[in-house]
Ligand binder design. Structure first.
Ligand code: 13P
Ligand code: SF4
Length: 322
């Protein structure tokens, strides 16, 4: 499929330079652009990015940038968040099909009905959702601040938490609050096999199991540490352990290995013998597509202004509370 896209691009006169890294650096200067990348991106993209981070870090960077162009090497909801915060900047996403199963699991009209069925609730939405869902929310959270944000909501207020049921359950456990959960999930984090993780632990008894809170409870109960991608990265650096079984998208292992080259990181296996632990959406972005997006200034993220304005308020509340 990529070869076909490459041929189409070449037919359109989109010849690729020999040194893509140098060409992207040139375009960055020419456009006054910043490249923001999530840890689940291919190593090449992580290496050319100006900033690599988790969803919270990326939205904080997007909120504070002086660049004219934001090139978002991540998925659609992340680039959309950058656009919500920067309506006058050009926000590019190398592949517009880079979506998210969690965001897709929460269609706006169904969520509107769910919200109406549970009146007077504070709506806390995980940042992995569309601008329309954000516009219907009171506060946005990410995996690194969900517990902190829910803890700050007055005890007497009922709370809807959407769209990730696994993160929601984890927040319920940590805060003791009862959350009304939307039944969404991440296809990547649901793929990890408890049985295979336990078998790996038997093979590597010294290894610590670290997991993202989007994983199912059956995996989280074996974890020595649970956190967002940035939190997992920091934990591997400070832990005395030399070996880790990593239950999140394995793209992050590139940074873990860079920051602790002497340590050993084992990707947690999927239930089937497939590469389903790699996010198929994140991996749609390639260095070639990133170059072409900057060269052609497309695909661009656009959002209807009424939705953007309504979606901005709960994101700003999150940034204030983080
Ligand atoms: P964080 O970036 O908050 O760790 O979440 C991971 C993820 O699944 C992003 O889509
Ligand atoms: Fe969405 Fe899961 Fe991919 Fe993150 S890893 S972008 S939550 S599908």
């Amino acid at each position: 499929m990529f070869i076909t896209a490459l041929r189409q691009n070449q037919a359109k006169g989109n010849d690729l330079p020999n040194d893509l890294f140098a060409a992207i650096e040139d375009l960055k200067r020419e456009l006054n652009a910043v490249i923001l990348a999530h840890y689940y991106q291919d190593p090449d993209i992580q290496d050319i990015a100006d900033y690599i981070g988790d969803s919270l870090g990326l939205s904080q960077k997007a909120a504070g940038t002086n660049a004219d162009v934001i090139v978002f090497a991540g998925v659609h909801f992340m680039a959309e968040t950058a656009k919500i915060l920067n309506p006058n900047k050009l926000v590019l996403l190398p592949d517009l099909n880079a979506g998210c199963s969690l965001a897709d699991s929460c269609p706006p009209h169904e969520f509107a009905a769910f919200k109406a069925a549970h009146p007077n609730c504070v709506v806390v939405s995980y940042i992995n959702c569309s601008a329309e869902i954000k516009a219907m929310s009171d506060i946005i959270c990410t995996s690194s601040n969900a517990v902190k944000i829910v803890s700050q909501i007055p005890e007497d207020r009922p709370i809807i938490f959407a769209p990730d049921k696994n993160l929601g359950r984890y927040v319920m456990e940590q805060t003791g609050r009862n959350l009304i959960l939307w039944e969404g999930s991440c296809i990547v984090h649901e793929t990890f096999s408890e049985k295979k993780i336990v078998e790996l632990k038997i093979e590597h008894p010294q290894a610590e199991i670290i997991a993202h809170p989007e994983c199912e409870p059956s995996v989280l109960r074996h974890a020595n540490y649970i956190g967002s991608t940035t939190a997992l990265l920091k934990y591997c650096q400070r832990s005395a352990s030399e070996e880790f079984i990593v239950a999140t998208e394995p793209g992050i292992i590139h940074q873990m290995q860079k920051e602790a080259p002497h340590k050993h990181f084992i990707p947690a296996p999927a239930t089937n013998n497939c590469a389903c632990n790699e996010c198929p959406y994140m991996r749609l972005n390639t260095l070639e597509k990133l170059y072409l997006a900057m060269k052609n200034k497309t695909p661009e993220i656009t959002i209807p202004e009424d939705i953007r304005v309504a979606a901005k308020r709960p994101i700003e509340r999150m940034l204030e509370l983080s």
